[in-house]
Design a protein around this ligand. Structure first.
Ligand SMILES: Cc1cc2nc3c(=O)[nH]c(=O)nc-3n(C[C@H](O)[C@H](O)[C@H](O)COP(=O)(O)OP(=O)(O)OC[C@H]3O[C@@H](n4cnc5c(N)ncnc54)[C@H](O)[C@@H]3O)c2cc1C
Length: 321
């Protein structure tokens, strides 16, 4: 999010400095790894519109960096009740989708859909290459004049001599903002993801909705190296981002069982696993706000990556508005 904001600000001619306590690509926060799900499928039209703005931004960054960042194999939203799907919001935005019965979906993809369930197929979706995207934002920002300081941990915002400070410190943001009297009501959790061997043509990303909460329960997406990445949404323990953490073995089992049940051609034995940190608000919305010279960007809740170009735009406008 900081790199996306720096890109937007530097392109608009502002004098931008980026401070990163580790290095671009490090694995201690929320943005590492090779892939993230991108989709328009959200239950509310305003989120679909926000995702549409982000897709336009990804295309801009692809053109500027001459990199293919989006790989659009589609998204399958598995729901017990079609009324809980993203159908109405997509309809309201005129976005393309198909609703399929379980049998029809099973005939089309090697995915085991429970009898009586419905699948919403949303074609303008798939993955963004997370590692390439993070670097592309940084490179594009630098090309536009931004200065990157790696291994540069900011101890206090007051130490920064700048007209505006944009704080996109992920799970560390709260402790930077507190001394400034800015409260950031978020929960920080360490999530577990796993990788599985999947050969053959890329499959759509998959989200399985919890019939009770309508929230995403399990998800999976293409991994460019192993073939498949999968995880359990909002399932990890609370954590301190400065502490080291290992994949949760119980979650690994849960993910492996789900992969075994869902993918007819995949060996559910994980090839690898890692952790990644969520910074979550109570309603999974994003905190994008300004307090004097401080702009706060906390756009995660486990679903922020896809919005980065649009988040960068909004934070840049807050910083210069
Ligand atoms: C397991 C997992 C799966 C996900 N899946 C998806 C998905 O499929 N689709 C999707 O859209 N989103 C997904 N997300 C969410 C998405 O990855 C995050 O919302 C996004 O990466 C958040 O980026 P960020 O820049 O806010 O946070 P980070 O990437 O955590 O960035 C914060 C940066 O600030 C630096 N920093 C902190 N404190 C300081 C300091 N004092 N001085 C200097 N630097 C500092 C940190 O080192 C870090 O690099 C997922 C997240 C996880 C964890």
């Amino acid at each position: 999010m900081g790199a996306a904001t720096a890109w937007r600000l530097a392109r608009r001619g502002h004098d931008v400095e980026i401070h990163e306590q580790f290095h671009i690509g490090h694995m201690r926060g929320s943005s590492h790894g090779r892939s993230r799900i991108v989709r328009l499928a959200y239950p509310e039209p305003e989120w679909v519109e926000f995702a549409e703005q982000a897709f336009a931004g990804w295309r801009e960054l692809e053109a500027e960096s001459d990199e293919r960042l989006l790989e659009l194999y589609g998204l399958l939203e598995l729901v017990g009740d079609p009324a809980t799907s993203s159908r109405d919001a997509l309809e309201a935005r005129g976005a393309e989708y198909e609703l399929l019965e379980a049998e029809a979906a099973r005939a089309r993809w090697p995915i085991a859909v429970p009898d009586g369930w419905t699948v919403l197929f949303q074609p303008e979706a798939g993955i963004v290459r997370a590692d390439l995207a993070w670097q592309a934002f940084v490179d594009a920002a630098a090309k536009a004049g931004a200065k990157l300081h790696e291994s540069s941990r900011v101890e206090a915002l007051a130490d920064l001599d700048a007209d505006v400070v944009v704080v996109t410190a992920g799970p560390w943001a709260g402790r930077l903002l507190e001394p400034e009297g800015i409260d950031l009501p978020v929960k920080v959790t360490r999530e577990t993801v796993a990788y599985f061997a999947l050969d053959g043509p890329p499959l759509p990303s998959v989200v399985r909705l919890d019939p009770e909460t309508r929230d995403h329960a399990m998800y999976s997406l293409r991994d460019p190296v192993h073939g498949l990445k999968a995880g359990a949404h909002h399932a990890g323990p609370e954590t301190d981002p400065d502490e080291d953490g290992l994949p949760d073995l119980g979650l690994l089992d849960q993910i492996s069982v789900w992969v075994g049940e869902t993918y007819t051609d995949v060996d559910p034995e994980p090839l690898g696993a890692e952790t990644c940190v969520y910074t979550t608000t109570a309603d999974e919305s994003f905190v994008l706000e300004r307090h004097g010279r401080i702009v706060v960007g906390s756009p995660c809740s486990g679903h922020g990556f896809k919005f980065a170009p649009a988040v960068g735009d909004r934070l840049a406008k807050l910083a210069t508005g």
